[in-house]
Structures are given as C-alpha cells and as structure tokens.
Design a protein around this ligand. Structure first.
Ligand SMILES: NC(=O)c1ccc[n+]([C@@H]2O[C@H](COP(=O)([O-])OP(=O)(O)OC[C@H]3O[C@@H](n4cnc5c(N)ncnc54)[C@H](OP(=O)(O)O)[C@@H]3O)[C@@H](O)[C@H]2O)c1
Length: 291
C-alpha cells in the first residue's frame, strides 16, 4: 500500500485494529490521548492528532463518544487545525449521528474527503480482519478508504451518502442492545421458577431465540469478571445516541428507552466497566425476587 495510514484512538477496538494493520505490513502512525497505549505495537506514535494528520494520507478515527470526537477534531492540535487537502478521514466511532456529521463537516471544510464507517464486530473480529463496515460518503472517498478498510474487514458495504454509515450502525445496534435486556427479563422469570442460569442459556443458544452474538457472550453473561469486549457504560452511551436520534425524528422507541434506562441504572449501580452482556444479568436480577 502506498498511502500513509494514521489511526486515532487506541482503546480496545483501536488497539486491535492497529495490531491487525501492523501485522498486514501497513506503515501505521497512531495517536492516543493517554500515552503508552501503543506499547508492543509495530507503529509510529505521533505527538498530536494534527501531527498525525500531517504525516499521513488516510486517517482512521475510532474513539469513545461525542466528547472525544469534539476534542480530536476541533480541540487544540486537533485534526482540523491543519490543512487536510488530499487526505481522507474515515470516522469509525459510534456516536450520535449529528455529532459525526458535525466533525466530518469541519474536516471537509479543512480540505479532507470524509467517510463515516462504523463497524459491527468486536475486538476479536477486528484482530482477525473480520469486521463488517457500514460506509457512508461519496463513491471516490469510500473507494479510497477501502484501500485500508479491506485489511480489517470481511465486508465493506457502501450504504449511501455521508451519514448513512452511522445511521445503519445505530439501526444494527438497537435490536442487539434490546436483546440483552429482554433476555435478562426472560432469565429473571426462569430464575424465580427454579431454572438455572447456565441451563436456560444453553437451551436458548440451541433454539430460534438465539441471535448471532449470543454464543460468544454466554461466558460474559455468566462471569462478571471476564474482561469486557465492550463495556456496559459504552452501551448506555450507544443507547442514548439511538434514543436521541429517534427523539429528533419524532419516532417512538419504547423498547430502546427501556433498555437505555436499564443500562443507565446498571452503570449507576457500578456495573459500567463490565461487559455489555452483563446488562442481561442486571435485568435478570431486577426481575428476580429479592430474598
Ligand atoms: N468494543 C467493541 O466491541 C466495539 C464494537 C464496535 C464499535 N465500537 C465503537 O468503537 C468506539 C471505541 O470503542 P472501544 O471499545 O475501543 O472503546 P474504549 O476501549 O473505551 O476506548 C476509547 C478510546 O477513546 C479515547 N477517548 C475517550 N475519551 C476521549 C477524549 N475526550 N479525548 C480523546 N480521546 C478519548 C480513549 O483514549 P484514552 O486511552 O486516553 O482513554 C480510547 O482511545 C466506540 O465508539 C464504540 O461504540 C466498539
């Protein structure tokens, strides 16, 4: 690959993507707010997002939320503080649609081609290059981004114009997030009638009630101490983005509202750093009788 590649954000997803790209032989420049996160990776560290943008041609961004986007694009030494002509920004974070649109509009004003390209799939698929990418933007921009995305994705779908990638991601996330909530409610009924958690999960996994993500999450439903692939606080953030988006469209989403209030209650109860699948346990515990 002749393009010089940058990656902003070395959280769980960013680190997995960086490791995959480095393994693929990509000459990768990285920046992360907290230093030291690139340790053990064959990458070059930039001093600021602006310095990273100056040193590279195609820049991937995958950070936590709206506040992170604001800081990285528009903060001092942010991406938009330098001339981005000839560069392609690939925004992969999951956040409210308007926040993604805002920062990409600023990057575009600074001269960049822009793509919103959030992903479905977690740390292990990222590490194996098996993410599903939902890309929004102009054909030429998506094509240029694909030069890099193809190294980390099993499939890249060009969904439509700018903003449709993040919209598709929220559409995918909503039924997934509400699933963990309703699964927990169902398990709560079983628990109060004498069934066991692992027995019920094994039965559901072998039935039509299983979704694609369930098999990979059973361990993390049963064991709260396993390291999270994505934390419950992050899912509360995603559910908030979905509820806000629906509210702005005047579109009722009662199931999403319920899952969000449950996720927020779980975070308030100190469960925020657990894996998102622990929402199932939280909902099951709340549904079960207190002895
Ligand atoms: N994990 C998954 O399974 C998964 C799957 C699909 C999509 N996603 C999405 O991918 C994004 C990243 O997820 P993740 O699991 O990698 O999250 P994470 O492990 O919590 O990492 C968050 C990243 O954002 C950075 N960050 C947070 N606040 C910041 C700020 N104010 N300024 C600058 N940087 C900031 C963090 O930097 P520090 O190191 O300095 O904190 C870190 O690099 C999220 O939008 C998430 O919804 C995650």
């Amino acid at each position: 690959m002749t393009a010089r590649v940058g990656l902003v954000g070395l959280g769980r997803m960013g680190r997995a993507i960086a490791a995959r790209l480095a393994e693929e032989g990509v000459d990768l420049h990285v920046w992360n707010r907290t230093p030291g996160k690139a340790e053990g990776l064959a990458v070059r560290e930039a001093g600021t997002p602006a310095a990273l943008a100056q040193a590279t041609d195609i820049i991937l961004v995958i950070v936590r939320d709206e506040a992170a986007l604001e800081a990285i694009y528009k903060g001092p030494h942010g991406l938009c503080s330098v001339d981005l002509s000839g560069k392609t920004i690939v925004e992969m974070s999951t956040a409210a649609i308007q926040a993604i649109r805002d920062v990409l509009a600023s990057a575009n004003e600074a001269g960049a081609q822009v793509v919103d390209a959030p992903v479905s799939g977690s740390v292990q698929p990222a590490r194996r290059g098996e993410l599903l990418v939902m890309a929004g933007g102009e054909e030429a921009a998506v094509e240029r981004a694909s030069v890099v995305l193809t190294r980390i994705a099993r499939r890249i779908v060009h969904v439509g114009p700018l903003g449709t990638g993040i919209t598709m991601k929220l559409v995918v996330n909503l039924p997934l997030a509400t699933y963990w909530q309703t699964l927990g409610e169902a398990l709560g009924i079983g628990l109060r009638n004498g069934l066991t958690l692992d027995g019920m999960l094994a039965m559901i996994a072998d039935s039509k009630a299983a979704i694609g993500a369930l098999a990979g999450k059973i361990d993390r439903i049963l064991d709260a101490d396993l390291p999270p692939e994505f934390d419950l606080a992050g899912m509360a953030k995603d559910l908030t983005a979905m509820c806000c988006t629906a509210r702005a469209l005047d579109h009722p989403v009662p199931a999403c509202d319920a899952a969000r209030s449950s996720a927020v209650a779980a975070v308030d109860a100190g469960w925020g750093e657990r894996d998102l699948a622990q929402l199932t346990r939280f909902a099951a515990d709340r549904a079960a009788p207190s002895e």
